[in-house]
Design a protein around this ligand. Structure first.
Ligand SMILES: O=C1C[C@@](O)(C(=O)O)C[C@@H](O)[C@@H]1O
Length: 454
Protein backbone atom coordinates (compact mmCIF):
# COMPACT_ATOMS: atom_id res chain seq x y z
CA UNK A 1 0.00 0.00 0.00
CA UNK A 2 1.62 3.25 -1.14
CA UNK A 3 0.02 6.46 -2.35
CA UNK A 4 -2.41 5.76 -5.18
CA UNK A 5 -2.87 9.34 -6.34
CA UNK A 6 -0.74 9.90 -9.38
CA UNK A 7 1.19 13.14 -9.75
CA UNK A 8 0.93 14.21 -6.10
CA UNK A 9 3.37 16.91 -5.16
CA UNK A 10 6.16 16.03 -2.71
CA UNK A 11 5.22 16.10 0.97
CA UNK A 12 6.07 19.46 2.52
CA UNK A 13 7.65 19.93 5.94
CA UNK A 14 5.90 22.49 8.11
CA UNK A 15 7.43 23.87 11.30
CA UNK A 16 4.92 24.91 13.93
CA UNK A 17 5.83 28.21 15.57
CA UNK A 18 4.34 28.96 18.96
CA UNK A 19 6.01 32.25 19.82
CA UNK A 20 5.07 35.08 22.15
CA UNK A 21 5.98 37.89 19.76
CA UNK A 22 5.88 38.55 16.02
CA UNK A 23 9.62 39.37 16.05
CA UNK A 24 10.31 35.94 17.49
CA UNK A 25 8.10 34.32 14.84
CA UNK A 26 10.04 36.06 12.06
CA UNK A 27 13.36 35.10 13.59
CA UNK A 28 12.38 31.41 14.01
CA UNK A 29 10.94 31.39 10.50
CA UNK A 30 14.38 32.42 9.21
CA UNK A 31 16.03 29.56 11.10
CA UNK A 32 13.39 27.08 9.87
CA UNK A 33 14.04 28.21 6.30
CA UNK A 34 17.80 27.79 6.71
CA UNK A 35 17.20 24.30 8.05
CA UNK A 36 15.09 23.31 5.06
CA UNK A 37 11.46 23.75 6.17
CA UNK A 38 8.99 24.35 3.31
CA UNK A 39 6.32 26.20 5.27
CA UNK A 40 5.60 27.44 8.81
CA UNK A 41 2.39 27.39 10.81
CA UNK A 42 1.99 30.47 12.98
CA UNK A 43 -0.20 29.90 16.03
CA UNK A 44 -1.80 33.31 16.51
CA UNK A 45 -3.20 32.28 19.89
CA UNK A 46 0.40 32.27 21.24
CA UNK A 47 1.06 35.94 20.45
CA UNK A 48 1.02 38.07 23.57
CA UNK A 49 -1.20 41.16 23.27
CA UNK A 50 -2.18 40.09 19.75
CA UNK A 51 -3.51 42.91 17.58
CA UNK A 52 -4.84 41.30 14.40
CA UNK A 53 -4.31 43.99 11.81
CA UNK A 54 -0.91 45.21 13.07
CA UNK A 55 0.53 41.76 13.76
CA UNK A 56 -0.72 39.91 10.68
CA UNK A 57 0.50 42.72 8.39
CA UNK A 58 3.90 42.62 10.09
CA UNK A 59 4.13 38.84 9.74
CA UNK A 60 3.12 38.84 6.10
CA UNK A 61 5.49 41.61 5.09
CA UNK A 62 8.42 39.93 6.89
CA UNK A 63 7.77 36.31 5.98
CA UNK A 64 10.53 34.28 4.37
CA UNK A 65 8.49 31.10 3.87
CA UNK A 66 4.88 30.33 2.94
CA UNK A 67 2.72 30.73 6.03
CA UNK A 68 -0.24 28.88 7.53
CA UNK A 69 -2.19 30.93 10.05
CA UNK A 70 -4.04 29.08 12.77
CA UNK A 71 -5.82 30.38 15.83
CA UNK A 72 -7.11 27.62 18.08
CA UNK A 73 -10.38 28.15 19.97
CA UNK A 74 -10.68 28.50 23.73
CA UNK A 75 -11.74 24.87 24.09
CA UNK A 76 -8.35 23.59 22.88
CA UNK A 77 -6.23 24.76 25.80
CA UNK A 78 -4.72 27.70 23.95
CA UNK A 79 -2.21 30.15 25.36
CA UNK A 80 -4.37 33.31 25.10
CA UNK A 81 -8.12 32.97 25.00
CA UNK A 82 -10.09 35.15 22.59
CA UNK A 83 -13.79 35.30 21.88
CA UNK A 84 -14.93 33.32 18.84
CA UNK A 85 -15.86 36.31 16.72
CA UNK A 86 -12.46 37.97 17.14
CA UNK A 87 -10.75 34.68 16.42
CA UNK A 88 -12.59 34.01 13.16
CA UNK A 89 -12.26 37.64 12.07
CA UNK A 90 -8.51 37.45 12.59
CA UNK A 91 -8.25 34.34 10.40
CA UNK A 92 -10.40 35.95 7.75
CA UNK A 93 -8.22 39.05 7.83
CA UNK A 94 -5.10 36.90 7.43
CA UNK A 95 -6.62 35.45 4.26
CA UNK A 96 -7.63 38.81 2.88
CA UNK A 97 -4.14 40.18 3.52
CA UNK A 98 -2.58 37.34 1.53
CA UNK A 99 -1.87 34.40 3.85
CA UNK A 100 -0.83 31.34 1.88
CA UNK A 101 -2.93 29.04 4.05
CA UNK A 102 -5.52 29.32 6.83
CA UNK A 103 -6.24 26.42 9.12
CA UNK A 104 -9.82 26.31 10.36
CA UNK A 105 -11.58 23.70 12.50
CA UNK A 106 -14.18 21.49 10.81
CA UNK A 107 -16.93 22.37 13.29
CA UNK A 108 -16.89 26.03 12.24
CA UNK A 109 -15.60 25.63 8.68
CA UNK A 110 -18.95 25.66 6.85
CA UNK A 111 -20.10 28.84 8.55
CA UNK A 112 -16.70 30.43 8.14
CA UNK A 113 -16.50 29.57 4.45
CA UNK A 114 -19.88 30.98 3.42
CA UNK A 115 -19.88 32.19 -0.19
CA UNK A 116 -18.96 35.77 0.58
CA UNK A 117 -15.94 34.91 2.69
CA UNK A 118 -14.76 32.17 0.35
CA UNK A 119 -14.60 34.68 -2.51
CA UNK A 120 -12.53 37.07 -0.40
CA UNK A 121 -10.13 34.25 0.36
CA UNK A 122 -9.71 33.15 -3.24
CA UNK A 123 -5.92 33.33 -3.09
CA UNK A 124 -5.61 31.49 0.20
CA UNK A 125 -5.70 27.72 0.52
CA UNK A 126 -8.04 26.55 3.25
CA UNK A 127 -6.99 23.70 5.51
CA UNK A 128 -10.00 22.24 7.33
CA UNK A 129 -8.85 20.29 10.36
CA UNK A 130 -10.45 17.88 12.79
CA UNK A 131 -9.29 15.95 15.86
CA UNK A 132 -10.47 12.35 15.80
CA UNK A 133 -10.38 9.50 18.28
CA UNK A 134 -8.41 6.94 16.29
CA UNK A 135 -9.19 4.01 18.56
CA UNK A 136 -12.94 4.15 18.03
CA UNK A 137 -13.01 5.19 14.39
CA UNK A 138 -13.25 2.64 11.62
CA UNK A 139 -12.01 3.30 8.09
CA UNK A 140 -15.67 3.83 7.10
CA UNK A 141 -16.17 6.43 9.88
CA UNK A 142 -13.05 8.25 8.76
CA UNK A 143 -14.01 8.20 5.06
CA UNK A 144 -17.41 9.56 5.98
CA UNK A 145 -15.76 12.33 7.99
CA UNK A 146 -13.45 13.19 5.10
CA UNK A 147 -16.43 13.54 2.75
CA UNK A 148 -18.09 15.92 5.21
CA UNK A 149 -14.90 17.94 5.57
CA UNK A 150 -14.48 18.15 1.82
CA UNK A 151 -17.99 19.49 1.37
CA UNK A 152 -17.10 22.61 3.40
CA UNK A 153 -15.03 23.82 0.46
CA UNK A 154 -11.68 22.79 1.94
CA UNK A 155 -8.62 22.77 -0.28
CA UNK A 156 -6.73 20.54 2.13
CA UNK A 157 -8.05 18.19 4.79
CA UNK A 158 -6.26 17.63 8.07
CA UNK A 159 -7.05 14.79 10.45
CA UNK A 160 -5.25 14.63 13.79
CA UNK A 161 -5.69 11.49 15.84
CA UNK A 162 -4.67 10.50 19.32
CA UNK A 163 -3.35 7.03 18.53
CA UNK A 164 -2.77 5.07 21.71
CA UNK A 165 -1.28 2.18 19.77
CA UNK A 166 0.94 2.14 16.69
CA UNK A 167 -1.53 -0.15 14.91
CA UNK A 168 -4.14 2.65 14.84
CA UNK A 169 -1.90 4.47 12.38
CA UNK A 170 -2.64 1.97 9.65
CA UNK A 171 -6.04 3.67 9.24
CA UNK A 172 -4.24 6.94 8.67
CA UNK A 173 -2.03 5.35 6.02
CA UNK A 174 -5.10 3.90 4.38
CA UNK A 175 -6.86 7.27 4.33
CA UNK A 176 -3.82 9.06 2.98
CA UNK A 177 -3.16 6.63 0.21
CA UNK A 178 -6.76 6.61 -1.04
CA UNK A 179 -7.47 10.30 -0.65
CA UNK A 180 -8.49 12.21 -3.76
CA UNK A 181 -7.91 15.56 -2.01
CA UNK A 182 -4.64 16.84 -0.55
CA UNK A 183 -4.59 15.45 2.96
CA UNK A 184 -2.60 15.81 6.14
CA UNK A 185 -3.19 13.00 8.64
CA UNK A 186 -1.10 12.16 11.65
CA UNK A 187 -0.92 11.34 15.30
CA UNK A 188 1.37 12.99 17.83
CA UNK A 189 3.60 11.43 20.49
CA UNK A 190 5.92 8.47 20.41
CA UNK A 191 3.20 6.04 19.29
CA UNK A 192 2.22 8.39 16.48
CA UNK A 193 5.70 9.15 15.21
CA UNK A 194 5.66 6.90 12.15
CA UNK A 195 2.49 8.60 10.88
CA UNK A 196 4.67 11.66 10.25
CA UNK A 197 7.79 9.84 9.08
CA UNK A 198 5.94 7.60 6.61
CA UNK A 199 3.49 10.24 5.41
CA UNK A 200 5.49 10.88 2.19
CA UNK A 201 5.19 7.19 1.30
CA UNK A 202 1.41 7.36 1.51
CA UNK A 203 1.13 10.67 -0.33
CA UNK A 204 0.56 13.01 2.63
CA UNK A 205 0.41 16.70 1.75
CA UNK A 206 2.48 17.85 4.70
CA UNK A 207 4.22 16.70 7.88
CA UNK A 208 4.71 18.79 10.99
CA UNK A 209 7.94 19.35 12.85
CA UNK A 210 9.10 21.31 15.86
CA UNK A 211 12.20 23.46 16.01
CA UNK A 212 13.62 21.08 18.57
CA UNK A 213 13.39 23.33 21.61
CA UNK A 214 10.53 21.30 23.06
CA UNK A 215 8.06 24.05 22.13
CA UNK A 216 5.68 21.66 20.39
CA UNK A 217 5.34 18.46 22.39
CA UNK A 218 4.81 15.26 20.44
CA UNK A 219 6.22 16.40 17.10
CA UNK A 220 9.52 15.19 15.64
CA UNK A 221 12.19 17.85 15.30
CA UNK A 222 12.90 19.47 11.94
CA UNK A 223 16.52 18.49 12.31
CA UNK A 224 15.75 14.78 12.77
CA UNK A 225 13.31 14.77 9.86
CA UNK A 226 15.75 16.48 7.52
CA UNK A 227 18.92 14.68 8.59
CA UNK A 228 17.85 11.14 9.41
CA UNK A 229 14.71 10.51 7.37
CA UNK A 230 14.94 12.79 4.31
CA UNK A 231 11.23 12.75 3.34
CA UNK A 232 12.06 14.13 -0.09
CA UNK A 233 13.52 10.71 -0.98
CA UNK A 234 10.55 8.70 0.31
CA UNK A 235 7.89 7.59 -2.17
CA UNK A 236 5.22 4.92 -2.67
CA UNK A 237 7.84 2.27 -3.48
CA UNK A 238 9.96 2.93 -0.38
CA UNK A 239 10.31 -0.18 1.76
CA UNK A 240 9.76 0.33 5.48
CA UNK A 241 12.09 -1.07 8.13
CA UNK A 242 11.94 -0.30 11.81
CA UNK A 243 12.95 -0.97 15.34
CA UNK A 244 10.27 -2.81 17.32
CA UNK A 245 10.93 -1.86 20.92
CA UNK A 246 9.49 -0.15 24.00
CA UNK A 247 10.91 2.39 24.57
CA UNK A 248 12.41 3.31 21.20
CA UNK A 249 13.71 6.85 21.67
CA UNK A 250 17.19 5.76 22.74
CA UNK A 251 18.07 3.95 19.54
CA UNK A 252 20.79 5.11 17.17
CA UNK A 253 19.29 2.79 14.51
CA UNK A 254 17.70 5.54 12.35
CA UNK A 255 21.00 7.46 12.29
CA UNK A 256 22.82 4.32 11.20
CA UNK A 257 20.46 2.59 8.78
CA UNK A 258 18.95 5.54 6.88
CA UNK A 259 22.30 6.93 5.67
CA UNK A 260 23.38 3.36 4.87
CA UNK A 261 20.32 2.83 2.65
CA UNK A 262 21.11 6.07 0.84
CA UNK A 263 24.78 5.19 0.54
CA UNK A 264 24.01 1.94 -1.26
CA UNK A 265 21.17 3.48 -3.31
CA UNK A 266 18.42 1.40 -1.64
CA UNK A 267 14.92 2.88 -1.49
CA UNK A 268 14.22 2.19 2.18
CA UNK A 269 13.42 4.07 5.38
CA UNK A 270 14.17 2.92 8.94
CA UNK A 271 11.90 4.26 11.68
CA UNK A 272 11.40 3.79 15.45
CA UNK A 273 8.30 1.67 16.11
CA UNK A 274 6.99 1.91 19.67
CA UNK A 275 5.09 -1.38 19.87
CA UNK A 276 2.81 -2.39 22.75
CA UNK A 277 1.29 -5.57 21.37
CA UNK A 278 3.41 -7.78 19.09
CA UNK A 279 0.54 -9.95 17.88
CA UNK A 280 -1.60 -7.00 16.87
CA UNK A 281 1.41 -5.27 15.30
CA UNK A 282 2.15 -8.20 12.99
CA UNK A 283 -1.54 -8.71 12.22
CA UNK A 284 -1.94 -5.11 11.07
CA UNK A 285 1.40 -4.50 9.37
CA UNK A 286 1.39 -7.77 7.47
CA UNK A 287 1.97 -6.36 4.01
CA UNK A 288 5.18 -6.45 2.02
CA UNK A 289 5.88 -2.70 2.33
CA UNK A 290 6.92 -3.43 5.93
CA UNK A 291 9.97 -5.36 4.86
CA UNK A 292 12.05 -5.94 7.96
CA UNK A 293 12.56 -5.15 11.62
CA UNK A 294 15.18 -4.83 14.28
CA UNK A 295 13.99 -6.09 17.64
CA UNK A 296 14.98 -4.34 20.85
CA UNK A 297 14.16 -4.35 24.54
CA UNK A 298 12.00 -6.04 25.85
CA UNK A 299 10.94 -8.20 22.89
CA UNK A 300 13.97 -10.22 21.77
CA UNK A 301 12.66 -13.46 23.27
CA UNK A 302 8.90 -12.92 22.97
CA UNK A 303 9.16 -12.07 19.28
CA UNK A 304 10.19 -15.63 18.44
CA UNK A 305 6.58 -16.73 18.73
CA UNK A 306 5.72 -14.37 15.85
CA UNK A 307 8.39 -15.58 13.42
CA UNK A 308 7.50 -18.16 10.76
CA UNK A 309 11.05 -19.47 10.68
CA UNK A 310 14.04 -18.94 12.93
CA UNK A 311 17.69 -19.27 11.97
CA UNK A 312 19.41 -22.12 13.90
CA UNK A 313 21.81 -19.74 15.75
CA UNK A 314 18.91 -17.56 16.96
CA UNK A 315 17.02 -20.69 17.93
CA UNK A 316 19.90 -22.02 20.02
CA UNK A 317 20.40 -18.62 21.68
CA UNK A 318 16.69 -18.24 22.29
CA UNK A 319 16.50 -14.64 21.06
CA UNK A 320 15.87 -12.82 17.78
CA UNK A 321 16.98 -9.25 17.12
CA UNK A 322 16.48 -9.05 13.35
CA UNK A 323 13.51 -10.06 11.20
CA UNK A 324 13.33 -10.12 7.42
CA UNK A 325 10.04 -10.52 5.57
CA UNK A 326 11.00 -12.98 2.86
CA UNK A 327 9.98 -11.35 -0.45
CA UNK A 328 9.02 -14.61 -2.13
CA UNK A 329 6.33 -15.67 0.36
CA UNK A 330 6.03 -12.88 2.94
CA UNK A 331 7.16 -15.15 5.78
CA UNK A 332 8.93 -13.58 8.76
CA UNK A 333 12.41 -15.03 9.26
CA UNK A 334 14.16 -14.36 12.58
CA UNK A 335 17.92 -13.99 13.03
CA UNK A 336 20.32 -13.12 15.80
CA UNK A 337 23.03 -10.64 14.85
CA UNK A 338 23.68 -9.51 18.45
CA UNK A 339 25.86 -12.52 19.15
CA UNK A 340 28.40 -12.00 16.38
CA UNK A 341 28.11 -8.19 16.52
CA UNK A 342 28.73 -7.82 20.25
CA UNK A 343 31.32 -10.56 20.62
CA UNK A 344 33.44 -9.49 17.66
CA UNK A 345 33.31 -5.88 18.95
CA UNK A 346 34.64 -7.08 22.34
CA UNK A 347 37.33 -9.14 20.61
CA UNK A 348 38.41 -6.17 18.49
CA UNK A 349 38.62 -3.97 21.60
CA UNK A 350 40.73 -6.56 23.44
CA UNK A 351 43.08 -6.93 20.48
CA UNK A 352 43.36 -3.17 20.18
CA UNK A 353 44.17 -2.86 23.87
CA UNK A 354 46.67 -5.71 23.49
CA UNK A 355 44.89 -7.79 26.10
CA UNK A 356 45.79 -10.95 24.19
CA UNK A 357 48.13 -13.22 26.09
CA UNK A 358 48.70 -15.78 23.38
CA UNK A 359 48.16 -14.57 19.78
CA UNK A 360 48.08 -18.16 18.54
CA UNK A 361 44.74 -18.60 20.34
CA UNK A 362 41.96 -17.69 17.92
CA UNK A 363 39.85 -15.52 20.28
CA UNK A 364 41.12 -13.13 22.97
CA UNK A 365 38.08 -14.22 24.99
CA UNK A 366 39.37 -17.75 25.24
CA UNK A 367 39.81 -18.78 28.88
CA UNK A 368 38.65 -15.38 30.20
CA UNK A 369 36.03 -14.90 32.89
CA UNK A 370 32.99 -13.27 31.25
CA UNK A 371 30.77 -11.53 33.81
CA UNK A 372 27.34 -10.85 32.37
CA UNK A 373 24.73 -8.58 33.96
CA UNK A 374 21.29 -9.31 32.49
CA UNK A 375 19.98 -12.63 31.21
CA UNK A 376 17.30 -11.27 28.81
CA UNK A 377 17.41 -11.44 25.02
CA UNK A 378 20.62 -9.41 24.60
CA UNK A 379 22.29 -11.20 27.53
CA UNK A 380 21.53 -14.60 26.03
CA UNK A 381 23.30 -13.66 22.78
CA UNK A 382 26.35 -12.46 24.71
CA UNK A 383 26.48 -15.57 26.90
CA UNK A 384 26.26 -17.93 23.93
CA UNK A 385 28.85 -15.93 21.97
CA UNK A 386 31.29 -15.79 24.91
CA UNK A 387 30.91 -19.50 25.54
CA UNK A 388 31.52 -20.27 21.85
CA UNK A 389 34.85 -18.37 22.12
CA UNK A 390 35.95 -20.39 25.12
CA UNK A 391 35.11 -17.89 27.90
CA UNK A 392 33.75 -18.92 31.33
CA UNK A 393 30.39 -17.21 31.76
CA UNK A 394 29.03 -15.88 35.06
CA UNK A 395 25.47 -14.57 34.91
CA UNK A 396 23.78 -12.03 37.21
CA UNK A 397 20.10 -11.22 36.86
CA UNK A 398 17.37 -9.80 39.08
CA UNK A 399 15.42 -12.94 38.20
CA UNK A 400 17.61 -15.65 39.70
CA UNK A 401 15.72 -18.46 37.92
CA UNK A 402 16.39 -16.74 34.60
CA UNK A 403 20.09 -16.38 35.47
CA UNK A 404 20.23 -20.09 36.39
CA UNK A 405 18.54 -21.19 33.19
CA UNK A 406 20.96 -19.18 31.01
CA UNK A 407 23.98 -20.29 33.04
CA UNK A 408 22.91 -23.89 32.55
CA UNK A 409 22.75 -23.46 28.76
CA UNK A 410 26.32 -22.17 28.62
CA UNK A 411 27.77 -24.35 31.39
CA UNK A 412 28.29 -21.22 33.46
CA UNK A 413 27.54 -19.96 36.98
CA UNK A 414 24.47 -18.03 38.10
CA UNK A 415 24.22 -15.41 40.86
CA UNK A 416 21.56 -13.15 42.32
CA UNK A 417 21.84 -9.62 41.02
CA UNK A 418 22.45 -8.10 44.50
CA UNK A 419 25.60 -10.19 44.83
CA UNK A 420 27.31 -8.31 42.01
CA UNK A 421 28.34 -5.64 44.54
CA UNK A 422 30.51 -8.09 46.48
CA UNK A 423 31.68 -10.10 43.53
CA UNK A 424 35.46 -10.31 43.10
CA UNK A 425 36.24 -10.78 39.45
CA UNK A 426 39.40 -12.34 38.17
CA UNK A 427 42.12 -10.19 36.75
CA UNK A 428 41.24 -9.24 33.14
CA UNK A 429 37.67 -10.44 33.44
CA UNK A 430 35.22 -9.00 30.91
CA UNK A 431 32.08 -7.26 32.20
CA UNK A 432 29.12 -7.06 29.84
CA UNK A 433 26.04 -4.99 30.68
CA UNK A 434 22.92 -6.40 29.03
CA UNK A 435 20.45 -4.79 31.44
CA UNK A 436 18.31 -1.74 30.64
CA UNK A 437 20.41 0.21 33.17
CA UNK A 438 22.35 2.89 31.33
CA UNK A 439 19.87 3.21 28.48
CA UNK A 440 19.02 6.72 27.33
CA UNK A 441 18.32 9.08 29.08
CA UNK A 442 20.04 7.57 32.15
CA UNK A 443 23.31 6.88 30.36
CA UNK A 444 25.42 7.38 33.48
CA UNK A 445 23.80 4.41 35.25
CA UNK A 446 25.57 1.05 35.22
CA UNK A 447 24.73 -2.13 37.12
CA UNK A 448 27.97 -2.21 39.09
CA UNK A 449 28.44 1.39 40.17
CA UNK A 450 29.84 0.35 43.53
CA UNK A 451 31.55 -2.79 42.36
CA UNK A 452 35.27 -3.48 42.56
CA UNK A 453 35.22 -4.53 38.90
CA UNK A 454 35.66 -0.89 38.05
O1 LIG B 1 20.23 -4.39 20.80
C1 LIG B 1 20.10 -3.84 19.73
C2 LIG B 1 19.95 -2.40 19.64
C3 LIG B 1 18.58 -2.08 19.10
O2 LIG B 1 17.60 -2.58 19.99
C4 LIG B 1 18.41 -0.55 19.05
O3 LIG B 1 18.02 -0.02 20.08
O4 LIG B 1 18.66 0.06 18.03
C5 LIG B 1 18.41 -2.76 17.74
C6 LIG B 1 18.55 -4.26 17.87
O5 LIG B 1 18.48 -4.90 16.61
C7 LIG B 1 19.91 -4.58 18.46
O6 LIG B 1 19.97 -5.96 18.69
Amino acid sequence: MGSEGKGRSPTMICVVLMCGSVEQVVSEMGVAREMGADVVEIRLDYLEGFQPSRDIEFLLSNKTLPVIFSFRPKSEGVQYKTDEKTRLNALCLAGKLGADYIDIEFKVASDFLVDATRKQLANTKIIVSCDVNAENSSIEDLSHLVNGMQSTGADIIEIVTNATDITHLDRIFNLLSHSMVPMIAYSTGVRGLISQLLSPKFGGFMVYASMGNGSVPGLPTLDSIKQAYKPELVNAETKVFGLISKPVGHSKGPLLHNPTFRHVGYNGIYVPMHVDDLKEFFRVYSYSDFAGFSVGFPYKEAIMAHCDEIHPLAKSIGAVNTIIRRPTDGKLIGYNTDCEGAISAIEDALREKRCVEDPSISSPLNGKQFVLAGAGGAGRALAFGAKSRGARVIVFDIDYERAKSLALSVSGEAHCFEDIINFHPEDRAILANATPLGMHPNTDRIPVAACRIL
